[in-house]
Design a protein around this ligand. Structure first.
Ligand code: NAI
Length: 344
């Protein structure tokens, strides 16, 4: 039976991985520490490492793990921008979970939009203090309004289904449009000009970094509700703050934040937060911030556990690794997945 060193472990991770570990034949050592070059030492005598979005898998960490004999890393997430794939190339296989529940993220995004529009966060606080006034809580009907969806992949499409259910008109922007009814693909400028709600569902790339910036915000309708459940750096946070102060942006729902790595998933309630932009955003009555929680449903956690462990079992049993990623995937001279069913 192989042993896994599992980093940045939270109680909900343990619950779902413990349910699945026997099925795939693994022993798991859970560590609360995030993975970095120092904590990598804890993986001594393990056969594999499992890591998450805010672990540091830079060249130093990868080298240390390699020295300790680790040949496979299971990322229990879809993103791998925190892994130095070049350092891992031909030494450590990196596996991931490409999709675990698009519905979890789409439902969180629509939930944030409704909460902000109908001011449920404010109503909740008021009635707890027996303040039953409705002044300042007026929203608008979603029915018949225009919603702009940026990125129409798995999550974007699940989100569009929800919006169509509300009777909304859907505009979309994606360089790779998909055929589907009820959606009109338009340029980003037009999406910004016409949408009462805008939701981001594209990945973070060189092209999408700060796709929401001073220029795009200036084109938006006054009072637009902006939702980001994708990656923090899609939005220029300072431009967002200015947009809120100038009332151009009517409300913002942020499940992700540009500088979230050092903060999200941890309790800083006894600390003075040094990030003034985040602190100011959180202080706004029309902003809600959740801590990269959109994925957190039972179904998604179970899928994450199942696919992560099945990826690792596939590696140890010499099977094809369809969920492997490497820095040469899709490039020439490319990885050898077509021929070997593994990147190398
Ligand atoms: P996907 O790969 O199925 O879809 C991404 C879509 O974005 C594709 O249709 C692609 O053509 C489009 N796209 C690429 N470049 C674009 C651009 N410049 N402008 C507009 N669209 C562009 O990915 P999926 O599964 O739908 O995930 C989307 C994002 O959601 C992920 O990249 C990740 O950042 C985020 N995510 C957030 C989670 C959370 O807990 N908050 C959990 C999982 C994913």
């Amino acid at each position: 039976m192989e042993t896994i060193s599992f980093y940045d472990a939270k109680p909900y991770d343990k619950l779902f991985f413990d349910k699945r570990k026997d099925e795939f034949g693994f022993e798991i050592n859970y560590y609360e520490d995030k993975l970095n070059r120092r904590s990598a030492l804890m993986a001594e005598n393990s056969d594999a490492v499992v890591a998450f979005v805010n672990d540091t898998l830079d060249a130093d960490t990868i080298n240390k793990l390699y020295e300790l004999g680790i040949r496979v890393i299971g990322m229990r997430c879809s993103g791998y921008n925190n892994v130095d794939l070049k350092a891992a190339w031909e030494r450590i296989h990196v596996l991931r979970v490409p999709a675990y529940s698009p519905y979890a993220i789409a439902e969180h995004a629509i939930g944030m939009a409704i909460m902000l529009n109908r001011k449920l966060h404010r109503a909740y606080n008021r009635t707890r203090e027996y303040n039953f006034s409705l002044v300042g809580l007026t929203g608008f009907d979603f029915h018949g309004k225009t919603i702009g969806v940026i990125g129409t992949g798995k999550i974007g499409q699940a989100f569009i289904d929800l919006c169509l259910g509300f009777g909304m008109r859907v505009l979309a922007y994606d360089p790779y449009p998909v055929e589907r009814s009820g959606v009109e693909y338009v340029e980003l400028d037009r999406l910004c000009r016409e949408s009462s709600v805008i939701s981001l569902h594209c990945p973070l790339t060189k092209e999408t970094k700060h796709i929401i910036n001073r220029d795009s915000i200036a084109k938006m309708r006054e009072g637009v509700i902006l939702i980001n459940t994708s990656r923090g750096a899609l939005i220029d946070s300072e431009a967002l703050l200015e947009g809120i102060k100038s009332h151009r942006i009517g409300a913002a729902g942020l499940d992700v934040y540009e500088e979230e790595t050092e903060l999200f998933y941890e309790d800083f309630s006894d600390t003075i937060i040094q990030d003034d932009v985040l602190a100011r955003l959180i202080s706004m009555p029309n902003v809600i911030v959740t801590s990269h929680q959109a994925f957190l449903t039972e179904e998604a956690l179970d899928n994450i556990a199942q696919v992560t462990l099945s990826n690792l079992r596939g590696y140890f049993d010499g099977k094809p690794l369809p969920n492997e990623v490497c820095y040469r995937c899709g490039r020439e001279p490319g990885c050898r997945k077509d021929e070997l069913k593994r990147c190398f």
